[in-house]
Design a protein around this ligand. Structure first.
Ligand SMILES: [Zn+2]
Length: 476
């Protein structure tokens, strides 16, 4: 059934139909979106109070109903503030989530969620989310319906901050496994896409012919002026435009996602597309965490849904201006408490001050996430490496690999290093990974699968999950 006509309906109508569809499948996003409007109007004092209430609700639930937290025997002391109490909670690492997955689930749900392979019987309910995280460690977590709805509401806010509120049409340069494997998209996904007004391009495809196709798509929609994109994939497209000296399409804004927006990348995007660039920070396991606003003075933390701490090596909170590790607490995921989760990125608080945009949420001055290399395709164009994390961490995450690294060593030569976690099923999992990598990298790509005891650091000494030694060798 062709449902493309939906995208031609007026924006406000598509927005109403979007909420109606969500209600139809059992989502409460409409209420969360309305509640979020209230949060955006709070004074600084009211905001702190609202956050503390959410934190209290979460910590109470955790210490009373989640066996993992019950065993820690944490008790709030008389006179202790909720923030002080929070700081006595241990940091939650990916290793702990994997080892204690079932014990993290709260009481009434533990009968239903017995492993990362569990599936809910209801259409819209809790969901096991698999993720490569922002590092290379495959993890599985549970999101309950309330958190999923808040996550969607925050996504709508991100779009609004980046200039294209719900109803405005936009390009989405994003990884699509289905497109890569040439599978047909399901009807509900196509309906949703058209109601959102999304025009998609696959970030997992970046050979010359495919980039030319992306440009054709953009040019065929002069009425669309906004883009949501993997930052590296959009940079790869921009570099292609500059290298080949083809005329660049003009965009109004770009929401740069799924990677660190370096100054250099921001500049090339602004220059090529003449667009205003917005940095959006999030992950599969935490949803959208923070987003830049039109003041371009840092990223507003999404306080109604996440509580962010920046801590130093010894775990003490960092003052504004000092870089530290980010710990994320999911405020609305009461069924699977994730408290002080170590996401693996670094950040710095901005000096607290009202933002000209009017949003009361605190701002991170900057973020320093993973800095993966892009991979070079056969014809020399650059491919976003997010697909590697996608397959290892999400679609083929069988919880069999603990850590990994993919290195490009030649034009068509790659080494996939992995530390196994379990042996059962590992061989077939590795074969599946190899096959899907080749789908993205090209049929002639030679991929060596190598078991290691330690992932080697890159030439700069930092552990990197995707390293392109070939590109480096070329540029030197
Ligand atoms: Zn702002």
């Amino acid at each position: 059934m062709n449902v493309d006509w939906l995208s031609r309906l007026p924006g406000p109508l598509r927005a109403s139909l979007y909420f109606a569809l969500q209600r139809g499948i059992g989502s409460q996003i409409h209420f969360r979106w309305e509640a979020l409007k209230e949060w955006r109007r709070l004074s600084a004092a009211d905001l702190s109070e609202a956050i503390e209430r959410r934190l209290k609700r979460l910590l109470d639930r955790a210490i009373n109903q989640s066996p993992y937290y019950q065993q820690l025997r944490l008790v709030r002391q008389p006179g202790e503030s909720i923030q002080q109490f929070l700081q006595r909670f241990p940091v939650l690492t990916r290793e702990q989530i994997r080892a204690r997955f079932c014990e993290l689930v709260v009481d009434p749900l533990r009968k239903q969620i017995t492993s990362p392979e569990s599936v809910s019987k209801k259409r819209y309910d809790w969901l096991v989310v698999k993720t490569g995280g922002t590092t290379g460690v495959p993890t599985a977590v549970v999101h309950d319906a309330e958190f999923r709805d808040w996550g969607r509401a925050m996504r709508l806010l991100s779009q609004e901050l980046c200039g294209f509120p719900l109803g405005t049409r936009y390009f989405r340069l994003w990884g699509s496994e289905q497109d890569l494997l040439q599978q047909k998209e399901k009807l509900d996904r196509r309906v949703l896409k058209n109601l959102l007004g999304e025009v998609t391009m696959n970030a997992f495809r970046a050979k010359e012919a495919e980039l030319i196709q992306h440009l054709k798509v953009i040019r065929s929609h002069p009425e669309i002026q906004y883009m949501m994109a993997y930052v590296d994939a959009s940079v790869s497209l921009a570099e292609f435009i500059e290298d080949r000296q083809v005329p660049a399409p003009k965009l109004r804004t770009i929401m740069a996602c799924a990677g660190t927006v370096t100054l250099e990348w921001r500049k090339i995007l602004e220059r090529t597309f003449q667009a205003e660039v917005f940095d959006k920070y999030g992950s599969r396991e935490c949803a959208d965490i923070a987003c830049e606003c039109s003041a371009h003075a840092g990223l507003h933390v999404y306080s109604p849904n996440v509580f962010v701490e920046v801590v130093d090596e010894s775990g003490r909170r960092c003052p504004p201006g000092e870089t530290g590790r980010l710990l994320i607490t999911l405020l609305n995921n009461l069924s699977f408490p994730m408290i002080r989760y170590e996401i693996g990125d670094l950040g710095v608080w901005a000096e607290p001050a009202p933002c000209p945009c009017g949003l009361p949420f605190p701002r991170l001055q900057s973020l320093q996430g993973r800095a993966d290399d892009m991979l070079t395709t056969e014809d020399g164009t650059l491919l976003s490496s997010v697909f590697v994390r996608h397959f290892v961490g999400v679609s083929l995450n069988r919880q069999l690999i603990r850590e990994w690294q993919l290195e490009q060593t030649g034009r068509q030569a790659f080494v996939f290093r992995y530390i196994p976690l379990a042996k059962d099923g590992l061989e077939s999992n590795l074969r599946q990974l190899e096959t899907t990598f080749r789908t993205a990298l090209g049929k002639s790509a030679a991929i060596q699968m190598q078991e290691v005891v330690e992932v080697p650091p890159s030439p700069t000494g930092k552990t990197r999950w995707i390293v392109n030694r070939w590109k480096r060798g070329q540029s030197c």
